[in-house]
Write a protein that binds this ligand. Structure first.
Ligand code: GLY
Length: 297
């Protein structure tokens, strides 16, 4: 079976000055994921490697460079889901995990549960041999200044439109037909402490069912949650829509019923890609049938 890979770095009003960084990040994520898949490696490894790269890239709102919450702290969310078993591993509101997608994978593989949050998730991380980091290592001056500005101008809406940044995600199918999807985020700028968005929620920010397809979403979590967007997109695929039609129908619904903006990437059960967004731009990339990388914006 031919492997397939699609990644994203967020759908928002990406300014011209950030385009090159977004493209480079997505290209590098495809590089590391495709290096695994093209040699017969596992879809789970490819999803994890691609998302780790995006978490480590300060361009995106995940891992290093994540937005700060109202209290000036980072709280990170991530999920990975197995399309064969429908089991997910998710973590939410973790503060001391450098790469939350690695911990999400550990929940998937080593826990009887599907989701762990906050202090309990970090306790599980220690039990699994993770080294907890100093949260300050993940905070950039850019984000500290943005937080300061938010405090001064009472979280002006105009500022947040241009400071949306990007949740990251990946969907991969390997040469054995295994399908995995994953998503990781720092969440929204100046969110209330303890707020969890769509990203780590099964069916909202991510879903994978090998009988239909796999999806990773980006955008305003509260809107995506209203329409359970990832599962909705998978059901569009199951009903027979093409990958592109399923993605576009999902973002139309996000605007009409979710009353919000965002986007998604997906692979159908045969590995064919689809993507859509109702924002000005979305950072994403996928591997074309000839093996070349298509990267946007
Ligand atoms: N989509 C990311 C969030 O709203 O947290």
């Amino acid at each position: 079976m031919k492997p397939s890979l699609i990644v994203h770095g967020g759908a928002w009003n990406i300014p011209d000055v950030a385009l090159e960084d977004c493209r480079n990040g997505c290209r590098h994520a495809l590089d590391v994921g495709w290096a695994i898949l093209s040699k017969g490696g596992a879809a789970l490894d490819a999803v994890e490697a691609a998302i780790v790269l995006l978490e480590d890239d300060p361009t995106f709102d995940a891992g290093i460079g994540s937005h700060l919450n109202l209290d000036g702290k980072i709280e990170l969310d991530a999920i990975v889901m197995d399309g064969a078993t429908l089991k997910a591993g998710a973590v939410a509101a973790v503060e001391r995990i450098r790469n939350p997608i690695r911990l999400a994978r550990s929940v998937l593989e080593s826990s009887e549960h599907m989701m762990l949050v906050g202090a309990g998730a970090e306790q599980f991380a220690r039990e699994q041999g993770f080294t907890l980091c100093d949260p300050e290592q993940l905070v950039l001056d850019r984000e500290r200044m943005a937080w300061q500005r938010c405090r001064e101008d009472q979280h002006a809406v105009e500022f947040h439109v241009d400071h949306a940044m990007g949740t990251v995600g990946a969907v991969a199918m390997d040469s054995h037909g295994n399908l995995f999807a994953g998503t990781s985020t720092g969440g929204t700028c100046c969110k209330h402490a303890g707020r969890v968005g769509d990203s780590p929620l099964i069916g909202c920010g991510c879903y994978a069912d090998a009988e239909a397809g796999g999806v990773s979403c980006t955008g305003l979590g509260e809107a995506i949650m209203r329409i359970v967007m990832a599962k909705t997109a998978v059901e569009f695929l199951r009903a027979g829509k093409s990958p592109q039609a399923a993605a576009e129908a999902s973002t139309r619904l996000l605007l009409a019923r979710g009353r919000g903006t965002g986007g998604l990437i997906l692979l159908d059960k045969d590995g064919a890609p689809g993507f859509a967004f109702n924002t000005a731009r979305m950072a994403f990339g996928y591997v074309a049938p000839d093996g070349s990388f298509i990267v946007a914006p």
